[in-house]
Design a protein around this ligand. Structure first.
Ligand SMILES: *[C@@H]1O[C@H](CO)[C@@H](O)[C@H](O)[C@H]1NC(C)=O
Ligand SMILES: *[C@@H]1O[C@H](CO)[C@@H](O)[C@H](O)[C@H]1NC(C)=O
Ligand SMILES: *[C@@H]1O[C@H](CO)[C@@H](O)[C@H](O)[C@H]1NC(C)=O
Ligand SMILES: *[C@@H]1O[C@H](CO)[C@@H](O)[C@H](O)[C@H]1NC(C)=O
Ligand SMILES: *[C@@H]1O[C@H](CO)[C@@H](O)[C@H](O)[C@H]1NC(C)=O
Length: 341
């Protein structure tokens, strides 16, 4: 039996809290905590699950990073905010250095916000890191940083507009993050999110719905050819379907799930809603997150449509997914944090 508290952000003014009970397969909405505008991405502190970070995906200088204390039954209390330094922040990730990375999808820049002794408090003096403008004709002449992942002493930032993954490192003298190289991606592929295992980079590309694999060379200026490219468009797509890859999770093997798997979600952003059937292909999956013992459960939702939030169980050693619970009280969600009780 497992009880999971599920925190779920989206394009609303609140972060929802659900309780999932694996024995009854009940997914219950416990409450909605006020969050300000569009908490479209949320992330837990790496070692203290009582601390949650969220974006306010807002424009006109209102993009923000927020911290919350997670209370009893997953209720959230806002403690501090810091400016994201740009527009439309769609991603936040606390780094192992104690800084919290926030990437401004809308303005092609981002910030690494240091936290104070209490990781709920921000030092709001960090400079903005601006990514180079891609040499593309308008309206594609914008950098679109979509994520930040720390790998060793580097931070990797996939840039959907620039078709590249930037390699950043802290300048030893100024302590500021600087671009020191890049991992080039195929033209117009739209790299959105990444996962790393050892020195292998897996990238999910939104525009051409592919998953690619390449090495991360030790030298940040060295080129890195693709080792493999997979098309992740579902077979027999419904009429007028238009897929846009969204999310990637790489799960290592464990006793119950002997193989490591990559889970890639795909949204159908076409004009015609897809018929019911296979949950992953049908529901326009946007956010997804794993939790429970050995990451047995996957929580997913769409950013459009009416599927609400669903819980799936990994079956067949992790090769398949089976839907076990659904809650449609809130129709769309984009991001999850799972806390085991
Ligand atoms: C599931 O949750 C609903 C609403 O909270 C409750 O009425 C019901 O008894 C629960 N079912 C089980 C099997 O726990
Ligand atoms: C943080 O920002 C939100 C608006 O998004 C606001 O409601 C809240 O009062 C702010 N919190 C603090 C601690 O300033
Ligand atoms: C987690 O952070 C909160 C808020 O700073 C703090 O009160 C609590 O003691 C921390 N818990 C652990 C286990 O460090
Ligand atoms: C992209 O091109 C438009 C139109 O020429 C221009 O107004 C805009 O400043 C350019 N964007 C960037 C980031 O250079
Ligand atoms: C910082 O110093 C280390 C060695 O002390 C070096 O390996 C690294 O390349 C330096 N980083 C930068 C960004 O200068």
């Amino acid at each position: 039996m497992v009880n999971l508290i599920i925190l779920a952000g989206g394009y609303t003014n609140f972060i929802a809290t659900y309780l999932f009970n694996s024995t009854s397969s009940n997914l219950t909405l416990l409450g909605q905590s006020p969050s300000g505008e569009n908490p479209s991405w949320i992330a837990s502190h790496p070692t203290n699950k009582s601390i949650l970070y969220a974006v306010n995906e807002a424009f006109n200088g209102l993009g923000q990073l927020q911290s919350f204390l997670v209370g009893q039954d997953g209720a959230l209390f806002n403690v501090a905010n810091a400016s994201s330094g740009g527009d439309g922040p769609a991603f936040v990730n606390p780094l192992s250095t104690g800084e919290v990375a926030i990437m401004n999808f809308g303005s092609g820049d981002g910030k690494f916000v240091p936290t104070k002794e209490d990781p709920l408090e921000f030092d709001d003096t960090a400079p903005v890191v601006t990514f180079p403008t891609p040499e593309k004709p308008p309206p594609s002449n914008f950098s679109r940083p979509h994520m930040a992942l720390d790998v060793g002493s580097e931070v990797l930032v996939p840039d959907l507009g620039g078709d590249t993954v930037w390699r950043l490192a802290k300048d030893n003298i100024t302590g500021e993050y600087k671009i020191q190289g890049q991992l080039q991606q195929p033209p117009n592929s739209g790299p959105r999110h990444i996962a790393v295992k050892g020195n292998t980079l897996y990238t999910i590309h939104e525009t051409d719905s592919t998953l690619t694999q390449q090495a991360i060379p030790q030298d940040p200026t060295a080129p890195s050819p693709m080792i493999a490219t997979f098309n992740i468009t579902p077979p027999n797509p419904p009429p007028q379907a238009q897929f846009a890859a969204a999310e990637i999770r790489l799960l290592d093997s464990s006793p119950k799930f002997p193989k490591a798997y990559i889970y890639a979600s795909n949204r159908n952003i076409g004009p015609v809603p897809a018929p019911e059937g296979d949950a992953i292909a049908v529901y326009e999956i946007r956010g997804m997150e794993f939790g429970g013992d050995e990451n047995e459960f996957l929580v997913a939702a769409g950013n459009v449509g009416e599927a609400g939030t669903i819980v799936m169980r990994r079956t067949n050693g992790g090769a398949d997914l089976e839907m076990v619970a659904q809650n449609t009280e809130i129709l769309t969600r984009t991001t999850f944090v799972l806390l085991q009780q």
